[in-house]
Design a protein around this ligand. Structure first.
Ligand SMILES: Nc1nc2c(ncn2[C@@H]2O[C@H](COP(=O)(O)OP(=O)(O)OP(=O)(O)O)[C@@H](O)[C@H]2O)c(=O)[nH]1
Ligand SMILES: [Mg+2]
Length: 294
């Protein structure tokens, strides 16, 4: 690993430490604010609706009306998003949206009132008070800007943009709370970690990013074999054989000093493409099959 990469890794560890502090505060703010809101909008990523949900959130919000909103549906496979909605809809209320170009306020309102009715809560539709919660970078602040009709809170394509809580007034009455994203206090299992990294919910040191990139390229090769040749001129079989990053690095000419191929750089290029949707729509997990006990 080059010195600059090691430094990048160190910086990201330090940043993770800072982020962890923000997240702990965010969780306390969430618990306090829960009493003040009628409904919780849990914003998850439509590309990995299970990995991008913090299991602790549902426990903290037990008994509160909750809507699961699968954001970034424009980047996910539509039929799989449909299957996820059917699955999540069995236990609660779930909707999917493209918050950038397809925000549907009526659907959100219907879902919120439905969630309230489901848990027997009485709410005044026009004075709804809500909070957006979820893991980092899922689109919470984007959602609240849409709901409140302005660019009131900062949004950005990296985890940890929102650092403090902020209430926004809604034009017709009511208010909404923006909170920093919160990850589980202990890092989840690797299959969850690499998916969270792929969708930009967490940062990883260079070594782990390379490992996560290898998992992503293999997933893409199996899931949508046409995308790797189209974008990188790489045979999906290479990726399935564990050489996907190597092949991308070779095709792109990513070399380290001394001539070795730079797989970390290939992982960075791949994930940047994936996060922007340039690679194509690829969902990273399917809902459990009914009766499988999964
Ligand atoms: N393609 C697409 N991008 C989206 C969508 N919603 C949000 N984004 C983008 O995702 C990135 C993160 O959005 P934010 O609203 O800052 O996410 P957040 O959940 O508030 O993030 P933290 O404050 O870091 O927890 C931004 O670049 C948004 O423009 C969506 O539905 N589709
Ligand atoms: Mg935010």
């Amino acid at each position: 690993m080059s010195d600059s990469r090691q430094e990048a890794g160190t910086r990201s560890r330090q940043e993770r430490g800072v982020l962890a502090g923000h997240m702990a505060r965010a969780q306390r703010a969430l618990v306090t604010a829960l009493r003040a809101v009628d409904v919780v909008w849990e914003v998850a990523d439509a590309r990995c609706p299970r990995a991008s949900r913090n299991p602790r959130l549902a426990r903290l919000c037990a008994g509160k009306p909750m809507v699961v909103l699968l954001a970034k549906s424009d980047l996910a496979e539509p039929s799989v998003t449909g299957a996820w909605l059917a699955y999540l809809g069995r236990a609660g209320i779930a909707i999917a949206m493209d918050l950038r170009n397809g925000f549907d306020p009526a659907a959100l309102r219907r879902a919120s009132l439905g969630a309230a009715a489901r848990s027997g809560a009485r709410v005044v539709a026009d004075r709804l008070s809500a909070m957006a919660a979820g893991v980092p970078n899922t689109g919470k602040s984007t959602l609240l800007n849409r709901v409140s009709g302005g660019a009131h809170v900062a949004v950005g394509a990296r985890p940890g943009v929102t650092r403090g809580e902020q209430w926004l007034r809604l034009p017709g009455g009511g208010r909404v709370l923006d909170l920093p994203g919160v990850l589980p206090p202990r890092l989840p299992a690797w299959p969850v970690v690499w998916r969270l990294w792929a969708v930009g919910a967490l940062s990883l040191d260079a070594g782990d990013a390379q490992r996560a990139g290898a998992a992503l390229v293999e997933w893409v090769a199996a899931r949508a074999p046409g995308l790797l040749p189209q974008r990188y001129g790489v045979d999906p079989e290479e990726a399935l054989a564990g050489r996907g990053l190597l092949a991308i690095a070779r095709r792109r000419g990513f070399l380290l000093q001394g001539g070795a191929v730079d797989e970390t750089r290939a992982a960075e290029a791949l994930v940047a493409d994936y996060r922007k949707g340039v690679l194509g729509r690829v969902t990273l997990e399917d809902p459990p099959v009914e009766g499988s006990g999964v």
